[in-house]
Ligand binder design. Sequence first.
Ligand SMILES: *[C@@H]1O[C@H](CO)[C@@H](O)[C@H](O)[C@H]1NC(C)=O
Ligand SMILES: *[C@@H]1O[C@H](CO)[C@@H](O)[C@H](O)[C@H]1NC(C)=O
Ligand SMILES: *[C@@H]1O[C@H](CO)[C@@H](O)[C@H](O)[C@H]1NC(C)=O
Ligand SMILES: *[C@@H]1O[C@H](CO)[C@@H](O)[C@H](O)[C@H]1NC(C)=O
Ligand SMILES: *[C@@H]1O[C@H](CO)[C@@H](O)[C@H](O)[C@H]1NC(C)=O
Ligand SMILES: *[C@@H]1O[C@H](CO)[C@@H](O)[C@H](O)[C@H]1NC(C)=O
Ligand SMILES: *[C@@H]1O[C@H](CO)[C@@H](O)[C@H](O)[C@H]1NC(C)=O
Ligand SMILES: *[C@@H]1O[C@H](CO)[C@@H](O)[C@H](O)[C@H]1NC(C)=O
Ligand SMILES: *[C@@H]1O[C@H](CO)[C@@H](O)[C@H](O)[C@H]1NC(C)=O
Ligand SMILES: *[C@@H]1O[C@H](CO)[C@@H](O)[C@H](O)[C@H]1NC(C)=O
Ligand SMILES: *[C@@H]1O[C@H](CO)[C@@H](O)[C@H](O)[C@H]1NC(C)=O
Ligand SMILES: CC(=O)N[C@H]1CO[C@H](CO)[C@@H](O)[C@@H]1O
Length: 681
Amino acid sequence: MSSTICLATLVLLLVGCVCSLDHRLVNRKRYKRGFNHHLDSSKITLQNLTCDYIVQPLDHFSSSTNQTFRQRYCYYDKYVKDELSPIFYYIGNESPLDEYVNNTGLMYELAAKEKFSALLVFAEHRFEGESIPNFTAFPEDMGCFSYLTSSQALADSIALISYLNPKYNRPIVAFGGSYGGMLSSWLRMKYPGTVQGAIASSAPIFGLPLTMSGNITNKQDWQSSPNDGTMDGAFHIVGSAIQTTINDSKKKGRDNSCYENLLMAWPLIRQTGRSKDGRALLSESFDLCEPLRHEEDVQLLIEWAQSPWFDLAEGDYPYESSYIPFALGEGNSKLPAFPLQHACESSGLANNLNISITGDISNVHFNIWLNKTQSLNDGDDDILLVQVDWRNLTANDRNFAEFQKTSAREVFSAVKNAVAVWFNVTKKVHCFDVIPAINAKNFTRLQKNKFSDTSRKLIHQNENVKNFESRIHSSTKQEMCLEKLQNETVWTSLICNEYMNLIMIYARGVGRDPFWPPSHDKEIRDYLDTLRNREAVEESYEQLCADPFNYYGYPDKTLVDPMSSFLDSEYGGTRIKSHSNIIFAGGLLDPWSAAGVYADNLQGELLNQKSQIKYPFVQNLTHDGSMIALLLDLGGHHLDLMWSDPEDPPCAEDARIIQELHIEKWIESFYKEERHSNDGH
Ligand SMILES: *[C@@H]1O[C@H](CO)[C@@H](O)[C@H](O)[C@H]1NC(C)=O
Ligand SMILES: *[C@@H]1O[C@H](CO)[C@@H](O)[C@H](O)[C@H]1NC(C)=O
Ligand SMILES: *[C@@H]1O[C@H](CO)[C@@H](O)[C@H](O)[C@H]1NC(C)=O
Ligand SMILES: *[C@@H]1O[C@H](CO)[C@@H](O)[C@H](O)[C@H]1NC(C)=O
Ligand SMILES: *[C@@H]1O[C@H](CO)[C@@H](O)[C@H](O)[C@H]1NC(C)=O
Ligand SMILES: *[C@@H]1O[C@H](CO)[C@@H](O)[C@H](O)[C@H]1NC(C)=O
Ligand SMILES: *[C@@H]1O[C@H](CO)[C@@H](O)[C@H](O)[C@H]1NC(C)=O
Ligand SMILES: *[C@@H]1O[C@H](CO)[C@@H](O)[C@H](O)[C@H]1NC(C)=O
Ligand SMILES: *[C@@H]1O[C@H](CO)[C@@H](O)[C@H](O)[C@H]1NC(C)=O
Ligand SMILES: *[C@@H]1O[C@H](CO)[C@@H](O)[C@H](O)[C@H]1NC(C)=O
Ligand SMILES: *[C@@H]1O[C@H](CO)[C@@H](O)[C@H](O)[C@H]1NC(C)=O
Ligand SMILES: CC(=O)N[C@H]1CO[C@H](CO)[C@@H](O)[C@@H]1O
C-alpha cells in the first residue's frame, strides 16, 4: 500500500486527526472575504519603503573569519500604532528583496488591519541584491561563497530581529515562500524565543534525500497526501495539475486529453526525428530558428518542449501574472490566468487528436495508435504507430508514414502552441531557439533543481568553467565572484554548500506523469539504487557544483553519499512535531508541493466541497492544532502570499482567513505572556 511511504516518512508527525474543524472558525462576517479595496497593490513597491543596512558577520558561529557584509532590509511603518506593535518579517530568499516587497501582498493586507497594525520588515538574503560582501577584502584562500548557507542566513535574521526588537517585547511573525518558506519555518523551529510564529508557504522542507522515502515512484498513487516521498513526485503533480480543469461549467461535455496527448507526443516526436524528412517536419511544426540536423538533436527538442510544464504549473495563478517569468529571467511579461490549463486548451492539445494509447502506462509499456476507435481492438496492426517499452521505441513504419502525412502536423503544432505560452511569453519571439539547449545537456535536471532564476544561465556553466580557465589570471576575485553570483544567484551555493538537493524533482517519465523517456533505468527503484548507479545523481551534482576555482565552502566531495545528511539532522527532517505556531501552505497545482508538509492519515471533510481533490484543506500537524498545513486545491506557488485578487479561488481566500486567525492567536498569547512576566517582576 502506498501510504506506507507516507507512514515511513511522516510516522513521527503523530496526527490521527481529521482537521476540518478550523474552517468552522471561519466567520465570514467578521473576516470579510474578498480582496481588500483599501490597498492598491500596484502602489506599494520599494519606493514606499524605507531601507537601511545592518552590518553582519560573515560567520556567525566562529571566528574563522572577521569579514562582515552589509545586509539590506526595508520596512513599511504606515500601519504601526506604537512601539509594541507586532513585526511581520519577510525572510528573504534567492532574489533581491524587491521581488518580495512587490509581491507579498498578504503581509500588507494583514498588517493594515487595526488589530495588528504591524510593522513590515523585508530582509534581503545574504549575497543577494545589495547584500553582497566585498569580495576584494576576502583573504586569497577564502572561497567567495564559503559562508553562504541557510544556517548563516537564519542567524542573519536573528541578528536583525534582535536589533529591531532589542527588548524582545514585540511579537515577531515570520513570512516566507518557496525557499523563503523553508527559512521562515526553520527560523521558528530554531529560534522559538525570538520568533512567535511563521507562515511557511510552498516550503518543500520534506524534499531532502533522507527525509523522503526516496522511492523513484509509487505505483499506488497518492493515498494519504500529495507528498508520497517519491523522486518523481514533482512531475506527478505537474501531470495532475494538467488534468485539473479550472472551470467545470465551461468544460462540461468536453474531454481534457492534454495529459494523454502530451505523453504520446514524445515517442511520436522521437520516431519522426529518425528520418531527415521527419526532422524537417519537426523543425517546421515547432517554428525552430535552426532546423534539427541530427537525430540526437531531437532529444533536445523533447527536453526543451518538456521543460516549461513545470514552470507553468508553478506559475498557475488565477490571474495574469509575471511573477514566475520574472523570477526566471523573462522580465515583466505576463502569463495568462491559469497558464497551464490555458496552454492545454488554447493550443488544441486538450482536444481529441485522433491518436490513442493503450497498455500499461504506469510501467511505461504502451502502444500508440492512429485513429483508433472503440470497435478496433489491440490486434489491428494497421493502425498501430509505435510500441514503447521503457526507453525502447519500435515503430510500424508503414503506419507511421501515414501518420506523418495526416495527423503529425496537427499533433506537433499543438505541442508547439502549448509550450509557446511559456517560450513566447514576451510575444516577441519570431522562432524558437532550441539550439542553445544543445550545448546544455541535462537542461531540465539542472533547471528543476532550482526554485527560480538562472536556469538559462546555469546551462552555460560547463562552458563557463572553460572560459574561466582562460580568464582566471586576468580577472579580480571581486569580478569573478560577482559574475558567478549574477549567473547563479545564491541557490546554487546553497545546493553545493549544504547539499540542499530536493529529490522529488529527480525522476520523471517513470509512469506517473506525461513525460517520456524515463529519467532512470527500469531497475532503479529508489534513492539508494540511484546512488549505487551513481551517474544519474552525480552527473548533475558534479556538474552543478564543479568548483575548480574554489568558490564554495562545501566539505569533502568524496563522501559516499554526495548529498549528505547534514540538513536532515540540522532541521529535523520530518521529525517536527515538537514545534508549534507554523502554518505550512501548499498548492496542489504547484510541483513543489510534492515535498510540502502535510498531516498523515488524512480523511474527512473538505472545506471546499466542489474541490476535485480528496484531501482536507486544513490539517493539524500537532494535537494542539498550533502547527497546521493548508492544502490549496487550486493553488500555484505560494498563491496565499500574493495580493488578494477578485479572481482568487476560494481556497486562497480561506487560507488567508485561517492564517489571520492563527497569527492573531500567536500575538495575543505573546502579549499575555509578556504581561504575565512583567507582573511577576
Ligand atoms: C518503496 O516501494 C516498495 C514497493 O515498490 C515498497 O515495498 C516500499 O515500502 C517503498 N518504500 C518506502 C520507504 O515507502
Ligand atoms: C507609493 O509611492 C508612490 C510614489 O511615491 C505614491 O504615489 C503612492 O501613493 C505610494 N503608495 C502608498 C500606498 O503609500
Ligand atoms: C579577527 O580579529 C581579531 C582581533 O583583531 C584577531 O585577533 C584575529 O586574528 C582575527 N581573525 C581572523 C581569522 O582574521
Ligand atoms: C517592483 O515594482 C516596481 C514598480 O512597479 C517595478 O519597477 C519593479 O521592477 C518591480 N520589481 C520586482 C523585482 O518585481
Ligand atoms: C573592499 O575591500 C577592499 C580591500 O579591503 C577595500 O580597498 C575597498 O575599499 C572595499 N570596498 C568597499 C566598497 O568597501
Ligand atoms: C466559468 O464559466 C462560466 C460559464 O461559462 C463563466 O461565466 C465564468 O466566467 C468562467 N470562469 C472562469 C474563471 O473562467
Ligand atoms: C485518420 O483520420 C484522419 C482525419 O480524421 C484522416 O485524414 C486519415 O486519413 C485517417 N488515417 C487513417 C490511417 O485512417
Ligand atoms: C530495449 O532494447 C535493448 C536493446 O535492444 C534491450 O537490451 C533491452 O532489453 C530492451 N528493453 C526493454 C525494456 O525492452
Ligand atoms: C509569438 O507571439 C507573437 C504575438 O502573438 C506572434 O506574432 C509570434 O508568431 C509568436 N512566435 C512564435 C514563434 O510562435
Ligand atoms: C556568467 O554567464 C556568462 C554568460 O553566460 C558567461 O559568459 C560567464 O562566463 C559566466 N560567469 C561565471 C563566473 O560563471
Ligand atoms: C486540531 O486542533 C484544534 C486546536 O487544538 C483542535 O480543536 C482540533 O480538535 C484538532 N483536530 C483534530 C481532529 O484533532
Ligand atoms: C554536460 C553534459 O552533457 N552532462 C551529461 C548530461 O547527461 C548525459 C546523460 O544523461 C551525459 O551523457 C552527459 O555527460
